[in-house]
Ligand binder design. Sequence first.
Ligand code: CA
Length: 222
Amino acid sequence: MKILIIEDEPGIAKFLKQGLEEESYAVQLSEDGTHGLETALENHFDLILLDWMLPGLSGLDVCIRFRKQNQQTPIIFITAKDTVSDTISGLKSGANDYIKKPFHFEELLERIRVQLRPLSGEHDVFKLGDIILNVSTHQVYRGYQEIQLTQKEFALLEYLLRHKGEVCRRSRIIESVWEIHFDYSTSVIDVFMNSLRKKLGLSKSEDYIQTIRGIGYIAKEP
Ligand code: CA
């Protein structure tokens, strides 16, 4: 796995490079935004660690321009900027995660592993548009963003994805997900479905999961 570090502080860059190499990652360093962006666009990396305050282009600009080129490589911001609005603009720019200086190297490693997991896990992985559900790791991603679901929401989404393209009757979903014979007229399934759609960030125009009135639901590729 290849990681690009774009970081202008030599101490931090060296510390990161050494630590990641000890974990068997191949690491390339870049010390400014402009050069970092060029390097990221000209080579393949599995992940990019991006400092926020950089000479040349800022980390934020690097991220925005990189994504404009339709590049999907996961990006983790490493930065002292820690206000809520900075976090939001970082994530809105297309970054996948955000870690604040000072941080524990172990925490960074874990965040890197989370971002790389969708690439390495091949078994029991179901996809719907940019939604990825991994049964073995019990994780759900929309794009590279991990979505935290409750057990029931996860089971519901798993059921729909396993039956992608088929009409899933409410009674069948309830039997499978709740494993008991509920009164099928209960609204429990609607409540969970609403919550699931909300957590996945599915807007009305993104009808990955369509409601079939009085019958059930269908998961369809957009
Ligand atoms: Ca910096």
